[in-house]
Design a protein around this ligand. Structure first.
Ligand code: ASP
Ligand code: MG
Length: 420
């Protein structure tokens, strides 16, 4: 039997009507001849409520009990989905993580998959069951305790099942109808993409296009799981949504596929640091130990060969990190200074910046993308504060107040409203 994985997120199972609507989509695929593994999230808002209850009960909670509580939201929707399907005469059975079993590490609240043995589900399909409804987001540690995968983890559950069961496709049903060239709330010219390459999606996901958990895209890329994002609020067919796939499956693509942004960035500069071997390591080691996610890094060329006050060459170092990690970053630098590991004359923090990135696999084979990007920003009089590039991405930091304008200008400059 060909097999499909269908995942329904929280808004798609928010109440009994929504569950019935989702079940109808599952039934349609069964009628087309598929065996289906359905992965469900908790009803929308449920996981937040459960997390809140844990935090109110025990501020420094035991992570094992946190997982025991927050995993329960998915148990409810799995059982209700199986019952709804049975009411529609579709033979369905629900599975909690431990029943499959979904074996994970014992890193509670951030567990990773170890293995998903097929035997139990395969045996049920062989008995004539058409649908296995699996609770997303949860697993079982080798100590025999319930684990969870981290917020948004049901996407990753879906991809892991698609890989383990060699599914034809993994359909992720959500409340948007696909992946767009940029956030449609910022420009009405944003266009839904028919296809996007894994690598592009990975850049967009990690830049805050919150449609898919980043880990699910990493896993899909590693196991070449064709992933489709589509809306459970619309009538859908085999051409709906956006297919996230290998770049070999994308015939025609534009040089730039999308413009992403990240609003809450901060820029920190250490002025007049020594320019000698080991300085970068003395700065970024403590930042990493403090759990600061450093993103862009710029080191100036040392302007003066010799600086009297420092008896050696000096330079400046700038880096960016999420705004809510600034206090931690500042403390790590001050502690390193106090311990004599680094020296700086000044530490300047700018918390009013945003990051804008253009992403596209076409950049590998086309020159001039950076020039076009900078020209478009300059035409709007937007000052660029930091630049960084990778093979398929160019990012800049700018003042946050120009964020929307920059996204619109770049969307226009690369003519993303037009299909390739
Ligand atoms: N219910 C979990 C959460 O809200 C997992 C998921 O929906 O992906 O994070
Ligand atoms: Mg989600």
């Amino acid at each position: 039997m060909p097999l499909l994985v269908m995942k329904f997120g929280g808004t798609s199972v928010a109440d009994l009507d929504r569950i019935r609507n989702a079940a109808e989509k599952v039934k349609r695929e069964v009628e087309r001849g598929y065996d289906v593994i359905v992965i469900v999230s908790a009803m929308s808002g449920k996981t937040n409520e459960l997390v809140g209850w844990v935090e109110q009960t025990s501020p420094l909670y035991d992570a094992r009990e946190y997982d025991a509580v927050v995993a329960s939201g998915e148990n409810v929707t799995a059982g209700l989905m199986a019952l709804t399907l049975q009411e529609m005469d579709v033979p369905a059975r629900s599975w909690q993580g431990w029943q499959v079993p979904i074996n994970t590490t014992s890193a509670h609240a951030a567990a990773r998959f170890v293995s998903i043995p097929r035997e139990n589900l395969d045996a049920k399909f062989a008995e004539g069951f058409k649908v296995a409804v699996v609770a997303g987001f949860q697993g079982l540690s080798h100590e025999g305790r319930v684990t969870t995968l981290g917020r948004g983890g049901s996407d990753t559950t879906a991809v892991a099942f698609a890989a383990a069961f060699a599914a034809e496709r993994c359909d992720i049903y959500t409340d948007v109808d696909g992946i767009y060239t940029t956030d449609p709330r910022i420009t009405s010219k944003a266009r839904k993409l028919d296809r996007i390459a894994f690598e592009e999606m990975l850049e967009l996901a990690s830049l805050g296009a919150k449609v898919l958990q980043t880990r699910s895209v990493e896993l899909a890329m590693r196991y070449k799981v064709r992933l489709r994002v589509l809306s459970s609020f619309e009538d859908t067919d085999e051409n709906s949504g956006t297919l996230v796939c290998d770049e070999d499956e994308i015939m025609e693509s534009k040089v730039v596929s999308g413009v992403a942004y990240s609003r809450d960035e901060a820029k920190i500069t250490l002025f007049t640091i020594e320019d000698r071997p080991g300085v970068a390591s003395a700065i970024f080691g403590p930042l990493s130990d403090a759990g600061v996610n450093v993103d862009m890094i710029v080191q100036n060329i040392s302007e003066k060969d010799y600086d009297e006050a420092h008896s050696g060459a000096v330079t400046d170092m700038t880096f960016s990190c999420p705004v809510n990690q600034v206090a931690r970053a500042k403390k790590a630098m001050e502690d390193a200074m106090a311990a004599g590991e680094i020296k700086y004359d000044d530490l300047i923090i700018d918390t009013d910046v945003a990051k804008i990135s253009v992403v596209g696999i076409g950049m590998r084979s086309h020159a001039g993308v950076a020039a076009r990007m900078f020209e478009a920003l300059s035409a709007e009089n937007i000052n660029i504060k930091v630049i960084s590039t990778s093979e398929i991405k160019i990012s800049v930091l700018i003042d946050r107040k120009y964020m929307e304008l920059a996204v619109q200008a770049l969307h226009d400059a690369f003519e993303l409203e037009k299909a390739a």
